[in-house]
Ligand binder design. Structure first.
Ligand code: FES
Length: 209
């Protein structure tokens, strides 16, 4: 997801390769990604809130620290929860204006994008088409899920395609800003419109296939 969509002290849910995840940012600005399931009774963590620097589950209010350990149980405030009572944090990193998570053998820092300049976020689009189709349509090399684009659109754009499941994707768009080059609102708007048109074309083609 775009880093800008995750403010300090907020929680969001997303799905990657069919796996439901919670993404939350602590008061220090660090982003965390865990499986979206509380180890107590299985409530979705993404419905919870950030309290005292911890992720608090909506159901019974148990709080889990950034290391995943349960640190507070409201019904038993005097209890020191055992270390086995914990969520399992996944390896996450932020780069190029995006939050990346490592699933399986994927690198923790996300795929190499070849982008060396700062990126300004534009928008994220849900696309009802497989990630490989989206990646192919925007001109990413075969097997690649993220990279700089320099075609059809207004200047340099970083695109990242996330496979939600076998039939759906998220497309994240950012404007690459080389030193000394501005990113005015019109440019971001043109890139956003380009993304919407691309989504409409892809969904139409995929639905007709
Ligand atoms: S289900 Fe999360 S605290 Fe009970």
């Amino acid at each position: 997801m775009l880093s800008m969509d995750l403010e300090e002290g907020t929680v969001a849910g997303c799905t990657v390769l069919g796996r439901d995840l919670v993404v939350w940012r602590d008061a220090g600005g660090q982003a965390h990604v865990w499986d979206d399931r509380c180890p107590h009774r299985g409530m979705r963590f993404s419905l919870g809130i950030v309290r005292a620097g911890m992720l608090a589950c909506l159901y019974h209010g148990w709080r889990f620290g950034p290391d995943g350990r349960c640190a507070h149980i409201p019904a038993h405030p005097e209890l020191s929860p055992p270390p086995t009572l914990r969520a399992d944090p996944l390896t996450a990193a932020e780069r190029d204006g995006l939050v990346w998570v490592a699933l399986g053998d994927a690198p923790a820092h996300g795929p190499a994008t070849g982008v060396s300049a700062p990126c300004v976020p534009v928008r994220s689009l849900a696309v009802d088409a497989p990630a490989q189709e989206v990646a192919r349509a925007i001109g990413l090399p075969a097997g690649s899920r993220a990279g700089g684009l320099d075609r059809d659109i207004d200047g340099l754009v970083l695109a990242a395609v996330l496979p939600v499941d076998r039939a759906r994707s998220m497309l994240h768009l950012l404007v690459i800003r080389p030193a000394g080059v501005g990113t005015d609102r019109d440019r971001r708007r043109r890139v956003a419109v380009w993304g919407q048109d691309l989504r409409d074309r892809l969904e139409g083609a995929w639905a007709a296939a």
